[in-house]
Structures are given as structure tokens and as C-alpha cells.
Design a protein around this ligand. Sequence first.
Ligand SMILES: NC(=O)c1ccc[n+]([C@@H]2O[C@H](COP(=O)([O-])OP(=O)(O)OC[C@H]3O[C@@H](n4cnc5c(N)ncnc54)[C@H](O)[C@@H]3O)[C@@H](O)[C@H]2O)c1
Length: 483
Amino acid sequence: MEISVLGAGYVGLTTAACLAEIGHQVLCADCDLEKLSSLKAGRLPFYEPHLDDLVKRNVASGRLEFTLPSAAIEKGKAIFICVGTPPLENGEADLSSIESVARLIVNSAHGYRIVIEKSTVPVQTAKRLWRHLSIYNTNGLEFDVVSNPEFLREGSAVEDFFHPDRVVVGAESPRAIALMKEIYAPVLRTRSSCPAHPQCPSMPEPKFILTDTNSAELVKHASNSFLAMKISFINLIADACEAAGADIEKVAEGIGSDKRIGQAFLNPGIGFGGFCFPKDLQAFVRIGEKLGCDFSLLREVEKINVRRTEQFVVKIKKELWVLRGKTLAVWGLAFKPNTDDVRFAPALGIIRRLMAEGAKIRAYDPEAMEKAKLDLPEVTYCESAYQAAEGTDAVLVLTEWSEFREISWKRLGELVAHRLIIDGRNLLSAAEASSNGFQYVGVGRAAQPLRPAGELEWADAITAEVPVASHQRPAPTQDASIA
Ligand SMILES: NC(=O)c1ccc[n+]([C@@H]2O[C@H](COP(=O)([O-])OP(=O)(O)OC[C@H]3O[C@@H](n4cnc5c(N)ncnc54)[C@H](O)[C@@H]3O)[C@@H](O)[C@H]2O)c1
């Protein structure tokens, strides 16, 4: 099918490249001319695993092209809207890009179009879009409006396209339903290979959930709010663990082993960030107000998350007392690993607070430094985690990149001025840190006493006998799903 994708950001570019990969003819468009020309020159505007190869391959095969929005709309029978919906001052979603795309559609399209809303929008937006297209339609355009919310996770977006848990489609005409099934047909069949895996693990076929447009829109906001709630909940429990001298890792394991709850999103830390959870939660609270529903539960979720930054700064000050004149290493800037996205990243908020208190920051992130530099030019950016740690009073772990887990304690110990690790993601092993002479402070973990190198206490010996000890679990991530 001829498809146009409007918006070449994290969602649009991934959607465009993946739709081309499954055989569609795709025109990907953006109103940002600089972004468009860099895409035409073969440069991606952000980092996402596997996407570079996918874009190159599909451009070379002629199935993926980059163009202006009006040119894309003229051609594509299906139009995916993937433009940004950032928060306004009052927390509501700014729908001005959706509105301007709608105007362009009535001006540039002829014949029939299926208009697919993939951006995250408040419930009833598809209805508004339909009304808007009808009112301004002077070209005799025939159209359907469909809601098809996006659940990809930055960092595994390509994998998520090919192996979604579900494809949610809010459509209210038989023609639109048939077209959506046709577009997604290759994804709905279980696959043996995709660009993210040489041999895909066996997975059940994704669910195709067909509903009305209002329900589809609500699924997206409700899903993100639920996941945000799970994170804020475990962060509260982590606070209780610290206060009571309990171990959050064990508590989370105990809670999450209940099938009704599950282990995902039970990793405590410095809070959630990124372009989805914070803004979608705020927008959902505003939606609740407009609908006359009491969403105060979600307001609390947001408050708990906002508090995480200050709580972490307090934790640092508890160890270092006065921050003025201290130098701190920051490991990780992106809001989660495997992305360069720093939008609403907790690390940036923490750095701002630390610099306001007079601390000097030496930061390293494998992918996100270029983007962070635009927001925080005063930080010293380093070429490696080791270089960032040179001469510092403490190392702060703020994003759970797996390379930080491979650190050589010996080398690190020789570089720092003071052996203190404050781990905002519980990424490192507290026992390893302390047996290498580091003072370790995590989240919801009992403070680790210093022990001479090589000395294993009875508690470690017991953990070592358990097949999957908590410190050997895969790198935790606070917002690793949706978003
Ligand atoms: N990033 C995620 O992980 C994610 C996941 C699910 C859903 N979403 C939702 O998808 C939407 C897009 O998110 P994103 O992260 O890709 O944003 P983004 O900022 O990376 O990309 C949006 C793109 O839209 C372009 N744009 C804006 N107005 C336009 C117009 N009138 N015509 C053409 N292009 C236009 C911008 O230039 C930008 O390149 C948002 O609603 C977001 O909430 C994002």
C-alpha cells in the first residue's frame, strides 16, 4: 500500500522504516527542513538500535523516501500522523501540530484517504479530527479517521514494531478496518526473523484489538498512567525499605512473583522521564478534570515522581555535606538506556540541582551527550565512564547502561578522589562495590559497610548459591516498556 508518515521523529521514522520493511511503499515527511535534508543525506536525527540499517536498506530498495508533508499527503492512501504532542504550560497536550496536519490533508489530498492518528492524543481527538476534516473539506475528499496508538519503547522500538503485544485499532467503518488489517498483516503473523533478531524467539501472535476511536485513545493514556503508577509505587516502597532497614530488591521480587502483579516496572530509582510518561500522565489528569472524573490518584503518582529528584540530591548531600566545590561524575544522561533521548530525563534535573549548589559535573553517556549539551553546556562531557570519574568526590549512576556494569573496580578506584558510588538505578552490585573499597549507596537498599577486597560475608555466600541472585538480574530499567 502507498503510505505517508507525517513526522520523522522517534515514532514516525521508526514506523516509516518498519512499514517499508514489511513491503509498503512509504513516504516519510517532516516540516523540519533541516531534519529532512539530513535524512535525505542518510543521517538519522537520533539513535535507535537497528534503525540505521533499516532506513538505509529500504531507501536503497526504493520503498522508503523522504519528502515534504504536502507531497507525502498527495500520494499516500494511508496517512499516519506521528507529529509531536508536547505538554502546554497547564499540562494539556498541545494539539496544534495535529491541527496543522489536518489542514494540510484537506488542502493536498484527493480521492479517498485513511487518516491514522498514531500520536498520543486526548480521548475524543479522532472525533474532533473527523469534524475538522469535514468542515474544511472543499476538495471532495473521502476519508476515514482511525486511532492506532503507539506502544513502542525507545531503545527497542524496531523490535517492538515487529513483535508487539497488541495492535490497537479504533476504527468505525468496515473499509477502515479492512485497510488496517491489510497494513499490519505481516506483523500479525508470528515471525521467524525480523531486523532486530537473526532468529526471533518464539512468541505468541500479537492481539489485534478492534474498538471505537475513543476507547483506543483511552487505552494509550491509561496504559502509560498505569506503568507510571507502578514505578511511583515501587519508589514509595523503596523509601520505606530505606527507613526500615529492608531490602527493596527482595521486597520487589516478593511482590512481583505474584502473577497478578508481575516483575516489570518494579525497579526503584530516580523516577521516570522521557517524552511519554511525564507528559502523558499530566495530560491524562487534565482529561480526567474535563470529563469530571476524580484522577487525584494520578496526581499523587506525578508528585511522587517529581520528589525523586530532590530526594536523590538529599541523598548525595547526606554523604558529601556541602556540594560547593565538589566534583561529581555522572554516568548516564538519557532517560533510559539504548536511546539518546534526554527529554524530561531525570538525570538532567538532578544535574541542574547539583550545579545550582555549586558542584562541578563531569558527565558521560554512550549516546546522549550531543543532545544533553544543548540543554546543559556548562557540564564537562567526557569520552568514557573512567574519564568522567577522574578526580571526583563521588560517582552518580543515573542511567542503567549495561556498559557501567562491566566497570573495572580496580581502575575506577585508581581514578577517583573519593571512593563513593551513589547508584540511582541500583545497577551495580553493592557487595562488589564494597569489597573493592567503595562506599555504596543505592535506592531502597540497606547502606553497605566497607569491607576489605576479596572478603565475602555470609550473606553474599548465601546469595551466590541462589541461581539468579538479585545483582545478576538483567539491567533494571524504570521505564522500559511503552513510551
Ligand atoms: N517517543 C516515544 O517513545 C513515543 C512512544 C509512543 C507514542 N509517542 C507519541 O508519538 C508522538 C510523536 O512522538 P516522538 O517521540 O516521535 O516526537 P518527536 O518530537 O521525536 O517527533 C515529532 C516530529 O513531528 C514533526 N512535526 C511537527 N509538526 C509537524 C507537521 N505539522 N508536519 C510534519 N511534521 C511535523 C517534528 O518536526 C518532529 O520531527 C507524540 O504524540 C508522542 O507522545 C511517542
